[in-house]
Design a protein. Structure first.
Length: 140
Protein backbone atom coordinates (compact mmCIF):
# COMPACT_ATOMS: atom_id res chain seq x y z
CA UNK A 1 0.00 0.00 0.00
CA UNK A 2 1.38 3.40 -0.91
CA UNK A 3 1.59 6.36 1.41
CA UNK A 4 -1.24 8.86 1.12
CA UNK A 5 -1.10 12.65 1.34
CA UNK A 6 -3.93 15.15 1.34
CA UNK A 7 -2.89 18.61 0.22
CA UNK A 8 -5.33 21.33 1.29
CA UNK A 9 -5.08 24.40 -0.92
CA UNK A 10 -6.94 27.40 0.40
CA UNK A 11 -7.82 30.39 -1.72
CA UNK A 12 -5.05 32.42 -0.10
CA UNK A 13 -2.46 29.98 -1.47
CA UNK A 14 -3.64 30.65 -5.02
CA UNK A 15 -2.95 34.38 -5.00
CA UNK A 16 0.30 36.26 -5.32
CA UNK A 17 1.57 39.05 -3.06
CA UNK A 18 -0.73 41.58 -4.73
CA UNK A 19 -3.82 39.43 -4.18
CA UNK A 20 -4.20 38.36 -7.82
CA UNK A 21 -4.78 34.77 -8.92
CA UNK A 22 -1.41 33.16 -9.62
CA UNK A 23 -0.92 30.41 -12.20
CA UNK A 24 2.64 30.19 -10.88
CA UNK A 25 1.26 28.94 -7.55
CA UNK A 26 -0.78 26.25 -9.32
CA UNK A 27 2.34 25.14 -11.20
CA UNK A 28 4.26 24.99 -7.90
CA UNK A 29 1.54 22.78 -6.43
CA UNK A 30 1.78 20.51 -9.48
CA UNK A 31 5.56 20.31 -9.08
CA UNK A 32 5.22 19.43 -5.39
CA UNK A 33 2.62 16.76 -6.12
CA UNK A 34 4.82 15.31 -8.87
CA UNK A 35 7.70 15.06 -6.39
CA UNK A 36 5.52 13.30 -3.84
CA UNK A 37 4.26 10.85 -6.46
CA UNK A 38 7.81 10.10 -7.60
CA UNK A 39 8.50 9.13 -4.00
CA UNK A 40 5.61 6.67 -3.82
CA UNK A 41 2.84 8.85 -2.44
CA UNK A 42 -0.79 8.89 -3.57
CA UNK A 43 -1.85 12.53 -3.47
CA UNK A 44 -5.31 13.98 -3.05
CA UNK A 45 -5.74 17.74 -3.52
CA UNK A 46 -8.54 19.51 -1.67
CA UNK A 47 -8.77 22.93 -3.24
CA UNK A 48 -10.75 26.07 -2.66
CA UNK A 49 -10.52 28.97 -5.03
CA UNK A 50 -13.41 28.86 -7.51
CA UNK A 51 -15.11 31.97 -6.13
CA UNK A 52 -11.82 33.85 -5.85
CA UNK A 53 -10.88 33.01 -9.45
CA UNK A 54 -14.27 34.19 -10.70
CA UNK A 55 -13.90 37.43 -8.76
CA UNK A 56 -10.49 37.95 -10.36
CA UNK A 57 -11.89 37.08 -13.81
CA UNK A 58 -14.75 39.57 -13.43
CA UNK A 59 -12.63 42.28 -11.81
CA UNK A 60 -14.55 42.22 -8.52
CA UNK A 61 -12.75 43.51 -5.46
CA UNK A 62 -15.29 42.63 -2.76
CA UNK A 63 -16.69 39.19 -2.05
CA UNK A 64 -20.50 39.23 -2.35
CA UNK A 65 -22.56 38.26 0.68
CA UNK A 66 -25.65 36.83 -1.04
CA UNK A 67 -25.63 33.06 -1.42
CA UNK A 68 -26.92 33.20 -4.99
CA UNK A 69 -24.11 35.58 -5.98
CA UNK A 70 -21.52 33.28 -4.40
CA UNK A 71 -23.05 30.29 -6.19
CA UNK A 72 -22.94 32.18 -9.49
CA UNK A 73 -19.27 33.01 -8.94
CA UNK A 74 -18.55 29.37 -8.08
CA UNK A 75 -20.14 28.27 -11.36
CA UNK A 76 -17.98 30.78 -13.25
CA UNK A 77 -14.78 29.99 -11.37
CA UNK A 78 -14.87 26.21 -11.01
CA UNK A 79 -14.10 25.40 -14.67
CA UNK A 80 -11.32 28.00 -14.67
CA UNK A 81 -9.83 26.50 -11.52
CA UNK A 82 -9.89 23.00 -13.00
CA UNK A 83 -8.47 24.24 -16.29
CA UNK A 84 -5.54 25.78 -14.41
CA UNK A 85 -4.92 22.55 -12.48
CA UNK A 86 -5.27 20.44 -15.62
CA UNK A 87 -2.74 22.51 -17.56
CA UNK A 88 -0.22 22.63 -14.72
CA UNK A 89 -0.41 18.90 -14.06
CA UNK A 90 -0.37 18.00 -17.76
CA UNK A 91 3.07 19.66 -17.99
CA UNK A 92 4.18 17.02 -15.47
CA UNK A 93 2.38 14.25 -17.36
CA UNK A 94 -0.09 13.79 -14.52
CA UNK A 95 -3.81 13.40 -15.09
CA UNK A 96 -6.30 15.11 -12.77
CA UNK A 97 -9.98 14.53 -12.11
CA UNK A 98 -12.56 16.80 -10.54
CA UNK A 99 -14.62 15.66 -7.54
CA UNK A 100 -17.27 18.06 -6.26
CA UNK A 101 -18.87 17.31 -2.90
CA UNK A 102 -21.31 18.89 -0.46
CA UNK A 103 -21.95 18.35 3.23
CA UNK A 104 -24.87 16.16 2.14
CA UNK A 105 -22.38 13.69 0.65
CA UNK A 106 -20.89 13.17 4.12
CA UNK A 107 -24.20 13.00 5.98
CA UNK A 108 -25.57 10.05 4.02
CA UNK A 109 -23.52 6.88 4.38
CA UNK A 110 -24.29 5.68 0.85
CA UNK A 111 -23.22 9.00 -0.68
CA UNK A 112 -20.09 9.05 1.46
CA UNK A 113 -19.14 5.51 0.39
CA UNK A 114 -19.77 6.34 -3.27
CA UNK A 115 -17.55 9.43 -3.03
CA UNK A 116 -14.83 7.48 -1.23
CA UNK A 117 -14.94 4.69 -3.82
CA UNK A 118 -14.72 7.20 -6.66
CA UNK A 119 -11.78 9.05 -5.12
CA UNK A 120 -9.96 5.82 -4.32
CA UNK A 121 -10.59 4.44 -7.80
CA UNK A 122 -9.26 7.62 -9.41
CA UNK A 123 -6.09 7.49 -7.32
CA UNK A 124 -5.53 3.80 -8.12
CA UNK A 125 -5.90 4.63 -11.83
CA UNK A 126 -3.11 7.20 -11.50
CA UNK A 127 -5.23 10.35 -11.42
CA UNK A 128 -4.83 13.09 -8.85
CA UNK A 129 -8.32 13.87 -7.53
CA UNK A 130 -8.93 17.60 -7.20
CA UNK A 131 -11.65 17.78 -4.56
CA UNK A 132 -13.73 20.87 -3.93
CA UNK A 133 -17.00 21.74 -2.30
CA UNK A 134 -19.74 22.03 -4.89
CA UNK A 135 -20.34 25.70 -4.13
CA UNK A 136 -22.90 26.05 -6.91
CA UNK A 137 -25.41 24.11 -4.80
CA UNK A 138 -23.97 24.32 -1.28
CA UNK A 139 -25.42 26.93 1.02
CA UNK A 140 -23.16 26.49 4.07
Amino acid sequence: MSKKAVLKVGSAVLVNNTGKFSLRRIHKIAADVACLRENGWQVFVVSSGAIMIAMHHLGLTERPSKVEDLQKLAAIGQPRLMQAYERAFRRREIEVAQVLLTHYDFERRNSFLNARHTITSLARAGFVPIINENDTVAVE
